[in-house]
Design a protein around this ligand. Structure first.
Ligand SMILES: [Zn+2]
Length: 142
């Protein structure tokens, strides 16, 4: 089975193989990434690693199946829609966990160094804060 790779906003990724791999960008959207960008990406991708090791057993990855149908088009449509339906909950939970993990690392880093790191996915919307206040929903708030 192909190893799932989670490619995230702004291009970081986590590939859960042997060994697991985290990738970060040195350039993003035409500019050099900063230490804060890269630390934020690493924290986010570590959240995906933590989810894969400690939380994914409740919603395991489901590979594409082999549905039947009356035409190739119908079969491929069913294969795609079943794949999305069976995996969307896991992906959302995984991404939420990675953002929460990222926010926890940001909070701890800020407390110990008085410096900010990025939280992937919250830097362009209305939820951005520059303080230690948590701005990503926790599972109990969802
Ligand atoms: Zn992610």
């Amino acid at each position: 089975m192909r190893t799932p790779t989670w490619t995230c906003l702004d291009g970081g990724y986590f590939r859960d193989g042997k060994p697991p791999v985290i990738g970060i960008l040195t350039d993003s959207h035409g500019r050099k990434t900063t230490d804060a960008d890269r630390l934020g990406t690493i924290a986010h991708e570590l959240g995906h690693f933590d989810y894969a090791r400690n939380h994914s057993q409740h919603q395991p990855f489901v590979p594409p199946g082999n549905p039947t149908g009356t035409s190739d088009r119908q079969i491929e449509h069913r294969r795609g829609s079943e794949f999305v339906r069976r995996n969307v909950g896991r992906r959302l939970a995984d991404e939420a966990h990675a953002n929460e993990f990222n926010a926890q690392v940001r909070d701890e880093f800020l407390r110990s160094t008085d410096q900010q790191i990025e939280v992937s996915g919250v830097d362009k919307g209305p939820f951005r804060t520059l303080g230690p206040k948590r701005d990503v929903a926790t599972p109990s708030e969802a």
